[in-house]
Design a protein around this ligand. Structure first.
Ligand code: AHM
Ligand code: MG
Length: 281
């Protein structure tokens, strides 16, 4: 596990360099969710594939940018599922983006998720590492290396609301719930990149990030293995909660296929409790 986290540190530095210097155009391919791939998506994916492929402890990788899993070392203990450059279309407008890694042992589901790591490429490079049973740990890159900064924890209640999905396609109960939060004084903080949006709520001590079921995406947009589960672990270990639209813990998810999605809500306890009341779940 330690070697995987060390490898992700050097991957992060390389991807940050690509974000700052590489060609921003589209590639000629689509990813498995049918979305156009930017050259940077492909380049970031190749950096991760190359670096993780060097580690004997890795049995296979599953990338948001690849249809199928890629097998590495048959006696490896871990399968790493990752989104190489989440929110990559935001690079064009110079907003923050991120990489997300879920490190699984045994089963590819919530029960099998052992650790997660995400990297935020913003004005600084930051990385949050979460293992089961421990508070997430924040690292920041400076002077040629990642320095451990502090553990991160969510308060009981926050002030920020990051509501994802196209509003026109929200269910009435969801619109009413989000309106009620703003009516109570919650402030909108939404960039359209789940990594910086969830990172902001986490570091500011609380709030709610949602990507609900919508009429155009009844199963949500965000993918369970690379996006939803890694952040569910972060939010739970930070003292918050992470649930789906039925009130079930996201950590109980069992994806039906590698790129399966789920509606998702991540927050501190107070906002999740309000959500359960509003949704009657
Ligand atoms: P991506 O993996 O293709 O970048 O998509 C994931 C991103 C998330 O970061 C963000 O929360 C969400 O898509 C926003 O999507 P949309 O603007 O389509 O609602
Ligand atoms: Mg993504």
């Amino acid at each position: 596990m330690k070697e995987i986290i060390e490898s992700i540190k050097s991957i992060a530095i390389e991807i940050d360099n690509a974000i700052k210097n590489a060609d921003l155009g589209y590639s000629e391919s689509e990813n498995s969710s049918g979305e156009e791939q930017l050259k940077l998506d492909v380049q970031s994916d190749l950096i991760i594939e190359r670096e993780l492929g060097k580690l004997q402890s890795i049995k296979a990788i599953v990338s948001e940018e690849k249809e199928d899993a890629m097998n590495f070392h048959s006696d490896g203990k871990y399968i790493v599922c990752y989104d190489p450059l989440d929110g990559s279309s935001l690079v064009d407008v110079n907003l923050s983006v991120g990489s997300i890694f879920g490190i699984y042992g045994g089963s590819l589901d919530g029960a099998g998720l052992l650790a997660s790591v995400y990297v935020v490429y913003g004005p600084r490079i930051e990385m949050v590492v979460t293992t089961r049973g421990a508070k997430p740990m924040l690292y920041r890159y400076s002077d040629g290396g990642f320095k451990e900064i502090s553990e991160v924890a969510l308060g009981e209640k926050g002030k920020l609301c990051a509501p994802g999905g196209t509003q026109q396609n929200w269910e009435p109960k969801h619109k009413a719930f989000i309106d009620s939060l703003f009516g109570e004084g919650y402030r909108l903080r939404y960039s359209g990149g789940m990594v910086p949006d969830l990172h902001q709520i986490l570091l500011k001590g609380g709030g709610l990030f949602s990507y609900p079921a919508t009429s155009d995406k009844p199963n949500g947009k965000l993918r369970q293995l690379f996006e939803v589960l890694p952040f569910a672990l972060v939010y739970e270990e930070a003292g918050g909660e992470a649930i789906d639209g039925n009130g079930d813990r996201l950590m109980n998810l069992k994806p039906s296929f590698l790129h399966d999605t789920s509606p998702c809500f991540f927050g501190s306890k107070s906002e999740i409790s309000k959500l359960k009341t509003a949704y009657n779940i």
